[in-house]
Every structure is written in C-alpha cells, then in structure tokens.
Design a protein around this ligand. Structure first.
Ligand code: MN
Length: 341
C-alpha cells in the first residue's frame, strides 16, 4: 500500500506529550468554521478524554452552523461571546492556517495567540507558518480529518464510533465527498477505516451536501442573479442586504463558489461576502486548473489557503471591490495556460 505522506512519530509523540501537560485545552476554530474545522477539534476532545484531559472546541465568530449540529459531541462546543471560556493552559489549533484568522477570539485580544499560552498546531494548509511549539503540518493530507486520523493511529487512540463519525465528516467536507484532486488512495483507505470503526456516511452526506434550509435557496438566488465576468474570472457577491433579506447565516453561502468553479470559459471563480459592518469583504477563490494556484493569488492580497481553494480579506466598498477584481483578473490572465490535472 502506498502512503503519499507520513507523520514523523517523534512529532506525533511531541504533540501528545505537550497536550498531556495541560489541565484544560482550548481549541478555537478558524473563522467561518466548516465541517473539517469543527469536527476535528470535536474528535480531539473525545480522544483527549481518554487521557483524562479536558478540551473544548470554541467557535470564534458567529453562531454554531446549523448543518453541523449532527456531529457527535456538538453540545460541548463553546460559542465565543456567548459562552464563558474556561481557564485554559494550552491551545490546540486544528485546521487553522493562520492564527490571526481566529475570529473575535483573536481580534478581541491578540495576546491570546502570542505564544504566552503554548500552541499545538495541527494543520494541512500549505500556507501554515508553523506558529506552534509543536507543529504537525502536512499539506498533502486532504483534510485535517485525514491528518488527525493518522495522528490518533500513532497515538494508539481507541477509535470509537463517535470519534470516527467526527473525523469522516472532516474528510468528506474538505474533499466534497472524495471528489477533489487532493483525494488520494490514502484518503479513501482512511475513510474505509473510519467506516469500519463505526462511522455512518449517510448523515454526513445528507447534512453536508443535501439538506438545506429554505434561506439557503434564497441566497443562491441572490448569488446567481449577481454573477459577473471579468476576463478569465467569474465572480459574484453576497451583500449584507442579501443575507438580511434571506434571513440566512454566512455558512449557508459556502457552496456557491464551488458551483461557479468549473464554469466553462472561466479559470478562477471568486465570491465576495460583505462584512457585517459593510466596510469590507471576505473573498473566496476556487480554481479547477492546477496551474492557477489560488493560494498564491490570495497571497497577493494578504490571504492564503490551498492551490485550488483559498481566500483573503478586502477592505473597502464598491470602488475598492471593482479595482480588486480588475487586479485579480489581470493576475489570472497572466498565469500560464492551464492543463486540467
Ligand atoms: Mn481543512
């Protein structure tokens, strides 16, 4: 069997040794948390409980996404700004490329992430800058779910059905159900192992890809209505008025850019989500072509991510938005002609 990547056992041991020094571990999630970003701290909470360590996932901006309430142990998740944080002596960040992108947990008090409380950093983003005292960063892993499954194997964790159900949601979320180019034979074997351990795929597929509130369709109507082209990019936007009119949560708009990506005649799909204060935009990029590395594209604007899925933040209103899109279109047009890989 081929392994496309491995974790150094010494790194896995260092992570466990560090986590075992803690009394209480806090696991803030990246902003606009998704299935991979939330299910992996939930799995880690259950695994660390086997060592008698308390660990709490924290949503760092907004509410608990309603489509992730099916995850085992979701009751234990704290929502920043609503729930009181426990006294913690260690941070464990999973699926966080950038410790500054931890929502209000970071914005309200950046010193929380200055290293004075040690950080264990577990991630699969190429742009992760290894900010932890222990870093397990594996860009070849499809998802934090796949990476954490391997870490648990090295730790000798008893893979309970609950842990497996969390981890499989992470893998399925980031690979869109084993459909992305990041999906390797190892990814598929990991999923098989998780199913063997008692994970059931049906609720994952239903909650991640099929079930949706009516407000989501309202958002899609807005997004599709606002589609525009700028040279090789197809783009749309989700304005605050659109969110308000639909009564929708931010997380409900996540699938739209994946749908736009792959539109023939486009090389990159872009969606802009207006900030709540209407003073800026969160931007998401998708590409199907391996030669257009959207993490590098996002890097031009202070963002990052993966080669085929990345994001950044843009300050400003209408004029800044249009100037930004011109710049993106020029950068994409300058990238060499792509081959689908
Ligand atoms: Mn991920």
């Amino acid at each position: 069997m081929s392994h496309s990547w491995t974790i150094a056992p010494a790194d896995a041991k260092a992570a466990l040794d560090t986590l075992r020094t803690a009394k209480v571990v806090l696991m803030p999630t990246h902003q606009n948390v998704d299935a991979d970003g939330l299910s992996t701290p939930l799995a880690m909470r259950l695994a660390l409980a086997q060592y008698g360590i308390d660990a709490y996932p924290v949503i760092t901006d907004g509410d608990f996404p309603s489509n992730l309430k099916f995850l085992p142990g979701s009751d234990a998740v704290l929502v920043y700004g609503k729930d009181e944080l426990p006294n913690y002596d260690l941070l464990c960040l999973i699926d966080c490329a950038d410790r500054k992108r931890l929502g209000f947990f970071a914005k309200d008090d950046p010193s929380r992430l200055d290293g004075s409380v040690p950080i264990v950093n577990i991630d699969h983003h190429k742009t992760n800058d290894r900010f932890g005292v222990v870093n397990i960063v594996e860009p070849e892993a499809s998802s934090a779910g796949e990476l954490v499954t391997e870490i648990f194997r090295l730790w000798g964790i008893d893979l309970t059905p609950e842990i497996a159900r969390c981890l499989i949601a992470g893998v399925y979320g980031d690979t869109l159900g084993l459909r992305t180019p990041s999906t390797t034979p190892q990814t598929i074997r990991t999923v098989a192992d998780l199913v063997d351990a008692g994970a059931d795929l049906e609720p994952v597929v239903d909650w991640l890809f099929r079930l949706k509130p009516r407000s989501t369709l309202c958002l899609w109507k807005h997004a599709l209505h606002n589609i525009n082209w700028n040279g090789p990019i197809i783009w749309t936007e989700m304005t605050r008025d659109g969110f308000d009119e639909c009564g929708a949560e931010m997380a409900e708009a996540e699938g739209i850019v994946n749908f736009l990506s792959g539109t023939q005649g486009s090389r990159v799909a872009v969606i802009l989500y207006q900030d709540e204060d209407r003073k800026g935009w969160r931007v998401s990029f998708r590409s199907l072509e391996r030669v257009v590395d959207v993490s590098a594209l996002a890097g031009n604007f202070g963002g990052g991510g993966h080669p085929l899925a990345a994001g950044c933040h843009l300050e400003g209103g209408e004029a800044e938005k249009l100037a930004f899109l011109d710049k993106v279109a020029a950068l994409v047009a300058a990238a060499p002609a792509g081959t689908r890989g």
